[in-house]
Design a protein. Structure first.
Length: 202
């Protein structure tokens, strides 16, 4: 498999600086959606980097530091649960992606985006379905986004211990729904994702 197919295509089309963009946390009931943006050196494939969902937590944590060391630059963008409720999860995902790209210390001239839609950047964009399993830069971005979000949810687990966020990271597991039913919703829950439960309580 060629991890640099899309990067090399961009270079052959005259682009000089390629970045990969991916998000973590579109599906959970709580916490922010987080996006990573990464510019790897031309021709760089970091050993072990893959779609973050296919890697163990330990492997992601290890690669997190390797990616930061080897990348030309990297950035994280977030959209809060309030922003998700206000503008919907898709638009909040795009907002997090734009923030991640805008935070890069080197300006890319093309962004490879995981998914089938682009977030509306000021530079050229290319959406790649399952890009986190096809592009070195997107795979690196997916790991940074996932590890950052997981670490955030572990911090929230200390702040709101009753929800046991350390076990489910905010995803809609049986345990998480049981905790919501027992304790109600917290300030970091996405109200638009929990309309049925909220309506039942009123």
């Amino acid at each position: 498999m060629d991890w640099l197919e899309y990067e090399n295509e961009a270079y052959s089309n005259g682009f000089k600086v390629v970045c990969g963009v991916d998000e973590a946390g579109r599906g959970p009931l709580a916490g922010p959606v987080v996006a990573g943006a990464v510019i790897l050196p031309k021709g760089c494939v970091i050993d072990g980097v893959n779609d973050s969902k296919k890697l163990s937590e330990k492997k992601r944590e290890m690669l997190f530091d390797v990616i930061k060391e080897q990348a030309v630059c990297w950035s994280i963008g977030m959209a809060s649960c309030e922003e998700i409720d206000e503008i919907n999860i898709l638009q909040a995902t795009f907002l997090a992606m734009r923030r991640a790209v805008e935070g890069l210390s080197v300006n890319p001239d093309i962004a490879l985006i995981d998914g089938n839609k682009t977030p509306g950047l000021d530079i050229c964009e290319k959406a790649i379905i399952k890009g986190d399993a096809k592009s070195a830069n997107i795979a690196a971005a997916s790991i940074l986004a996932k590890v950052t979000r997981d670490r955030y949810m572990l911090e929230m687990a200390k702040k709101f211990p009753q929800y046991q966020f350390e076990k489910h990271k905010g995803y809609g597991t049986k345990l998480h729904y049981e905790m919501i039913k027992e304790y109600g919703i917290s300030p970091i829950h996405r109200k638009t994702f929990l309309k049925k439960i909220i309506n039942n309580e009123q």
